[in-house]
Structure formats: C-alpha cells, structure tokens
Design a protein. Structure first.
Length: 138
C-alpha cells in the first residue's frame, strides 16, 4: 500500500472524527463542555463554545475529507493536520505554564497528536521534471 493511500485513509478517519466531535458539541454543548471541565457564565460563552468547537472542528473535518479525496494536494492535508497538532502544542504549553489539570488532558493531548501520522505518511514531492509546469511540448 502506498504512502498516499495510507495518508488518504488517515485523513478520512481524521475528517470523520472531527465531524463527530463537531456534531456532539453542537447537539450537547453543555454536556461536552462539562466533560472537558468547562462551564458557561453566559450565552456569549455558549455561543463562543459552539463557534469554536462546532465551527472550527467542523471546518477542519470537511477540510480533511476534501484532502482525502484530493490526495495529490499535499498542502491541504498538511494544513489540516498541523491545525490539530497546533492544539496539542498549545495544550502542552498550557501544562508547562499553568500546571497539569488532570487525566482528561492526556486523552485530549493524545488525540490531538494523532494527525502527526498524516504528516509522517506524506509522500515525498515529485521531482521537478515529473511535474507539469504548463509548458507545451515542442
């Protein structure tokens, strides 16, 4: 199985997982927030939570599925994976700065690091002479 096929599969799984998280957060924002140790002080907080946890995760999920269907566009898959890995980096920074909040954090951190597999499965770029550069043959 080629690295491209492995990457397609990983991006598909990532897209489905992100859309599932977005859907759960949309349908039960209070329950999902409580599971993460969060509470809403106002409707503005609830609105912000839905915007980030539904909108961003949903958008990244759609992006991952589009990248899986267009495997030759390596940059799109890389950007989706890096966005999720960026969450892990921010989470690790928070642990270093603010302290360790509890075991749920490790589960979230592990799930946010899984898109590293998408980056590791990235095929090498084709050589320049293998890429069509828009020059008509002589």
């Amino acid at each position: 199985m080629s690295r491209l096929r492995v990457r397609q599969g990983l991006l598909t799984l990532l897209g489905i997982a992100l859309l599932a998280v977005a859907g759960f957060n949309f349908l039960d924002p209070v329950g999902s927030a409580e599971a993460a140790g969060l509470q809403f002080a106002s409707l503005t907080g609830l609105n912000e939570y839905r915007a980030v946890y539904t909108g961003m995760f949903g958008g990244l999920g759609v992006g991952a599925l589009i990248a899986a269907r267009n495997p030759e566009n390596l940059l799109l898959g890389d950007m989706v994976a890096l966005a999720v890995v960026g969450e892990a980096i921010a989470r690790m920074s928070s642990i270093a700065i603010d302290g360790y909040p509890g075991p749920t954090t490790i589960l979230l951190l592990a799930s946010e690091l899984t898109p590293l597999a998408v980056l590791l499965a990235r095929p090498s770029q084709p050589a320049v002479d293998q890429v069509s550069v828009g020059v008509a043959p002589a």
